[in-house]
Design a binder for this molecule. Structure first.
Ligand code: SF4
Length: 451
């Protein structure tokens, strides 16, 4: 199970940027989707050359390596994971089987992993990891023997995959993009001259001057190669369930999902939150970086000034040696600092995108009070996260989710805020222009789209 970013290119232009460099830039623009491991697999005239390691894009690849990885097609993956043995879970998974080579990269999570694994192990399969991507690659390779094309093999195994997935499969002759039948994870087709792309987000397409063609549809199998684009619609379902967290946090604000710009959706979350839970305040501040859009919507709706009061240390990353608990208690964070003149003596509303464990909320309130804020009100531009995600949205168990066992008032007391409010589920639906039949909101509502 993973939260990831996917990028692929089938390079049909001899004058285009190099394939490996384009995938590198694609992954770099989606680094926010996963900073724990990175991998790229390139097709060099039918031979696959790949590198995958723990670490961010710039840690794993350099100019030298990219220049040695040139080829006409490739797929890449960035991974977010809470596992300690993250290197083992770096993707793409590259396998050799009776029909040749295949590379697989997955964004998502299956809910029937154990069942599938047992079934395959009984048939003699041996696994290196417990990752869903490896299970899917084994399923496809086994099904491939029974069909003429790999698309038919993928179509055959899709009904077995219960859960959320956007999938890239590369063979020596093509790249295939697939989405689960509910469209829970995004995957978007792009084009620049004759070259074709798949990406988890549209943000990188703007940067590489790639034109968005359309989203891969829920349940659709799309092939790109030297002949262009070929589509196989396999599973038709009325219901859809795009992960609402894509709008709240996962996607970059300049990406567009289902025709809605993520920044605009987040600004609407803030606006609706202001209608639902206004605060008597002097100033609105945002939490860098994902709280900006919602804070802007909140401030505009109440006609209050929006201040950039937090400074985020841009060198802070997941490899940073964390301060001890005692140091944190005494205000040492190294991640965020407050510009005192922006908040001192003022009634402050701090807007954040969501609250999961509650630890950041407490830190924000402490920092603002230490900087002299007269009152600190916290507003969360998402509903209370009460339930686990089984689809690769987060890796947290229910007991880590503060709203699963505390009321809003209890959390308010715990973080030391003067008031606390969350966006309603109705407000979230309105901001994302969706319904319970088009969005997954299970971590808020407990109504899972897949049993
Ligand atoms: S449970 Fe939450 S995080 Fe997981 S797919 Fe649904 S909305 Fe996204």
């Amino acid at each position: 199970m993973s939260r990831s970013g996917l990028f692929a290119m089938y390079n049909n232009n001899t004058d285009a940027f190099s394939t490996a460099a384009s995938i590198y830039y694609g992954l770099f623009s989606m680094q926010h989707r996963g900073m724990d491991a990175t991998g790229i697999c390139i097709n060099q005239n039918g031979q696959f050359k790949y590198k995958k390691e723990d670490g961010m894009v710039i840690d794993v690849f350099d100019e030298n390596l990219l220049s040695r990885m040139e080829g006409h097609a490739g797929i890449g993956h960035v991974l977010h994971s809470n596992r300690s043995d993250v290197r083992e879970y770096a993707q793409p998974i590259v396998i050799r089987y009776t029909s040749g080579q295949m590379a697989v990269a997955l964004n998502g999570g299956l809910v029937n992993t154990e069942e599938l694994r047992k079934e395959l192990e009984l048939q003699g399969a041996v696994f290196q990891t417990s990752d869903d991507a490896e299970i899917i690659s084994v399923l496809i390779s086994r099904a491939r023997n029974r069909f003429e094309t790999i698309e038919e093999a993928i179509a055959d195994i899709m009904p077995k995959l219960r859960g959320a997935y956007a999938l890239l499969v590369m063979t020596p002759r093509k790249i295939i993009g697939v989405r689960d039948s509910l469209g829970m994870k995004p995957l978007i087709l792009g084009k620049k001259r004759n070259s074709l792309y798949f990406s988890s987000e549209t943000c990188i397409y703007n940067e590489l001057d790639v034109e968005v063609i359309r989203e891969v549809m829920p349940g659709e199998i799309v092939t790109i190669n030297q002949d262009g684009i070929k589509s196989f619609q396999q599973i038709h379902e009325e219901k859809r369930a795009l992960c609402a967290y894509e709008y709240i946090y996962h996607s970059r604000p300049d990406s567009v999902l289902n025709g809605i710009e993520v920044f605009e959706a987040r600004e609407d979350m803030g606006r609706i939150l202001a209608e639902e839970a206004p605060a008597d305040a002097d100033v609105i501040v945002w939490v860098p970086n994902s709280g900006l859009a919602a804070a802007s919507g909140y401030a505009k709706a109440l006609n209050l000034p929006l201040e950039d009061a937090f400074l985020k240390n841009k060198f802070y990353c997941n490899k940073f040696v964390q301060p001890t608990e005692d140091m944190v208690r005494r205000g040492v964070t190294m991640k965020l600092a407050v510009i005192k003149s922006r908040v001192c003596g003022k009634r402050v509303v701090v807007v954040d995108d969501s609250m999961v464990r509650g630890t950041t909320g407490r830190l924000l309130v402490d920092l603002l009070r230490d900087a002299g804020a007269k009152e600190v009100h916290m507003r969360i531009a998402a509903p209370e996260v009460k339930n686990e995600c089984y689809f690769g949205g987060n890796d947290l168990d229910r007991t880590s989710l503060i709203s699963s066992h505390k009321t809003t008032k209890e959390i308010q007391d715990m973080i030391g805020a003067d008031s606390l409010a969350f966006l309603s589920v109705k407000g979230l639906k309105e901001a994302c222009k969706g319904t319970e039949n088009t969005l997954c909101m299970a971590c808020f509502t407990g109504e899972y789209p897949v049993k």
